[in-house]
Design a protein around this ligand. Sequence first.
Ligand SMILES: C=CC1=C(C)c2cc3[nH]c(cc4nc(cc5[nH]c(cc1n2)c(C)c5CCC(=O)O)C(CCC(=O)O)=C4C)c(C)c3C=C
Ligand code: FE2
Ligand code: FE2
Length: 335
Amino acid sequence: MSKKVILLTNLGSPNSFQVRDVRKYLREFLMDKRVIDLPFLSRWLLVNGIIAPFRAPRSAKKYKTIWTKEGSPLIVLTQKLVEKVAHATGLSTYMCMRYGSPSPKVAFEKIVSENPNVEEVVLFPLYPHYAMSSYETAVEHVKQWWQRGNYNFKLTVVEPFYNHPLYIKALAETIKPFLEDEYDHLLFSYHGVPERHILKSDPTGQHCLKTEDCCRQPSGAHKYCYRHQVFETTRLVVRQLQIPDNKYSVSFQSRLGNDKWLGPATADVLSQLPMRGVKNLLVVTPAFVSDCLETLEEIRQEGRETFLSAGGEKYQHIPCLNLDDTWVNTIAKLI
Ligand SMILES: C=CC1=C(C)c2cc3[nH]c(cc4nc(cc5[nH]c(cc1n2)c(C)c5CCC(=O)O)C(CCC(=O)O)=C4C)c(C)c3C=C
Ligand SMILES: [Fe+2]
Ligand SMILES: [Fe+2]
């Protein structure tokens, strides 16, 4: 029974890899106005008429390739992380998901029943970077359930940690062993977002995406700029690992729909790198702290096929931070 309790929050997965569960999950996910930011009716028609029916069977097949006996890797890893964080901090630790289960409501009820004297819940969003479709929606969703429940405890939220020295150290440590063998290039593949999301999140309304190097010019907009934050994570990690400028690059994966997304697209880069002489490639995916569909299927499996069939010879995906001890201690210290 703790007065202070930790709540980890992540994206969530379908309940199973059956098409009906994947369809239900995609509907909930893509009807989020911070993910597909269209007016309700247009969004409803697009999601229910096109995306969910066509995408669900394809996504279900992909989920099947990564599903484990214990369930979805993202859920299983987050559950195991809960146990490790509880051990490292000595505080009761719980998890909730933005989509699917457990919902914030279920988590809050469990927290209150197991910790009747709880005074503070510290919410730790498992996203290093701010994006309206990841960090912002997760935090707003939890806050909504907290307000609705009229609970007696306060809710505090840990900020994005994309440039925090301890996070950078943990990330660099997971990459370091892979650099000991020969490699030609290290690709930082981040989850993409539509450019419109970057513009919408710019509180100045006049900085983001106005110039090619906007993300490298000082600005108050960076607090909410996903593009700036992923460049910063990359810059700090390569500086720590002393990776020369010509041996790494950044790309953006998981594009959906016809809007203009941040680029270059990971799939394009993977098919072009062999033509530029890169035969031995390392790929790291720092937008994700736990391995999931987007890292295990899109990068580890599909990415390898793309790279090798374009003439690449060796391809390695560096696992996410997952249950790494330095990462667990980083979470404990950030809290
Ligand atoms: C408009 C569509 C999407 C935006 C914007 C988006 C941003 C975004 N997503 C993550 C993290 C994850 N996304 C995952 C899966 C996933 N993402 C989208 C769409 C958008 N994401 C879809 C449709 C899916 C489902 C799978 C599929 O059909 O491709 C996952 C993995 C979930 C799992 O169960 O393993 C994660 C994690 C971030 C961090 C982000 C913005 C920065
Ligand atoms: Fe996503
Ligand atoms: Fe920016």
